[in-house]
Design a protein around this ligand. Structure first.
Ligand SMILES: O=C(CO)[C@H](O)[C@H](O)COP(=O)(O)O
Length: 167
């Protein structure tokens, strides 16, 4: 696969991520502090890496910052991106299976190199669920990017449940 990778900090685990992806046979496009002269602000480099996915320049992206939060927020603002901040392998697997996440966000602070490998194993091994309920959730999230607020989100009682009717 071709993977876009960004980090706002030139940390050992970010370098390990590049090396690990290349070791696994992926082509890597680096952004931010991982590329000379690039803009390393977390908002900017995360956006740049994430944009490669819906644009077809990359199959997936991995965006990193110290907490992982800013990188995931920036990536999720890009239309067509479903970015998931993952701090363990179970979450990374779930992000692929249930969320069909196409961007992985990582915390440089929390991700050790052994944990990084576990997260990448889970992230690349898992496939999106074909369960109709899971696909409907993914479609719903995709629709939020441009669509109007749904009755369900407004809290109207619908056939799906009672959300919004509590105290
Ligand atoms: O975790 C982050 C954003 O979510 C950043 O990595 C952290 O805030 C450091 O950024 P800066 O060097 O710009 O202060």
């Amino acid at each position: 696969m071709r993977i876009s990778v960004s980090s706002d900090m030139d940390e050992p685990v970010a370098r390990a991520l590049l090396a690990e992806l290349r070791e696994r046979g992926h082509e890597v496009l680096a952004y931010g502090a991982l590329r000379p002269e690039d803009d390393a602000r977390w908002a900017v480099c995360s956006e740049a890496a994430a944009r490669d996915v819906p644009a077809g320049r990359a199959d997936r992206a991995v965006v990193c910052c110290w907490t992982g939060t800013g990188a995931s927020i920036a990536a999720n603002k890009v239309t067509g991106v479903r970015a998931a901040l993952c701090t363990d392998a179970y979450t990374a697997r779930g992000a692929r299976v249930w969320n069909d996440a196409n961007v992985l966000a990582l915390s440089l602070r929390l991700t050790s190199e052994p944990l990084l490998k576990e997260i990448l194993d889970a992230w690349f091994d898992a496939e999106p669920s074909t369960d109709p309920d899971d696909r409907e959730n993914v479609s719903h999230v995709t629709g939020l990017e441009t669509g109007p607020e749904t009755d369900f989100a407004r809290g109207d009682r619908g056939e799906r449940g009672e959300r919004g009717t509590g105290p």
